[in-house]
Ligand binder design. Structure first.
Ligand SMILES: [Zn+2]
Length: 264
């Protein structure tokens, strides 16, 4: 159920994709970090929330535009939904890739939930930083550059930092929509906003030292990719020697090629 990480600051881990939802309860209402994978899932979250507080959900911050973090947005029409401006742009654009991705992951018996989803992009956007005073708590959302996507937002409230999928626990970083050459610098830039308690988008809690480890690993990935793209190192050799599984190295290489503007 809800795990209280600081006074009024919680995470709710779910077994599906081991996703974490952040909850901050302020004087004026509740702020959510991400909204789960469907409106039904968001409704379940909302019902559980009633055991913690009767205050309304007045703010949502989307850590990025991936479906499993935003498809519950429509359940909160009374909330101000915040995200990076690329998050809004991606969710206003062609919805098909989002639905395709969702249908690939969703168990067969829950696919109708995806078909019913109404995509609601953040109405409020920012480029670098936004600060929301929710009464008793001030929540700060910051953007440090491209990484897991082009819209990864870090949300800090006191000593708790929600990092979305910029960091992972128990699995390799997800490269499919990533910018692997820029990701290490983005993590380094986010460092002042990190900790001491780190909530990744998926999986168990992390420490700032874990974030540093992941930054190192991503830097080793980026160094290998640069050698392939710019120094003529054979791609297969780099893929084999990468610090993440080969499939992820291959995805990272293809993403880095387009990032660097180098045709396949
Ligand atoms: Zn993601």
């Amino acid at each position: 159920m809800f795990e209280e990480l600081a006074e009024g600051v919680f995470r709710r881990p779910y077994s599906f994709l081991r996703i974490n939802i952040g909850v901050v309860i302020g004087e004026e209402g509740v702020l959510l970090v991400d909204t789960r994978e469907s409106e039904e899932a968001a409704r379940e979250l909302f019902g559980e929330l009633r055991a913690l507080t009767t205050k309304p959900v007045r703010w949502v911050i989307n850590t990025h535009w991936h479906w499993d973090h935003v498809f519950g947005n429509a359940l909160f029409p009374g909330a101000a939904i915040w995200g990076h401006r690329s998050c809004r742009r991606m969710l206003l654009g062609n919805p098909e890739p989002h639905f395709d991705d969702a249908l690939r992951w969703m168990p067969r018996d829950r696919r109708d939930e995806i078909e019913r989803v109404r995509v609601v992009p953040p109405q409020h956007t920012f480029e670098a930083v936004t600060s929301i005073d929710i009464g008793r708590h001030r929540v700060e959302a910051t953007y440090h550059g491209r990484g897991h996507t082009d819209a990864d937002v870090v949300v800090r409230c006191g000593g708790v930092t929600f990092m979305g999928d910029l960091v992972e626990q128990g699995k390799s970083p997800e490269m499919g929509d990533s910018y692997p050459l820029e990701w290490p610098a983005t993590l380094a830039a986010s460092r002042p906003a990190v900790g001491p308690t780190v909530v990744p988008g998926h999986g168990g809690l992390l420490s700032p030292a874990d974030v540093d480890d992941q930054a190192d690993r991503l830097e080793r990935v980026a160094a290998l990719l640069r050698q392939v793209l710019f120094d003529g190192r054979p791609a297969e050799d780099a893929v084999r020697r990468g610090p993440i599984p080969e499939l992820h190295m291959r995805k990272a290489l293809s993403r880095a090629r387009s990032e660097a503007g180098i045709p396949l």
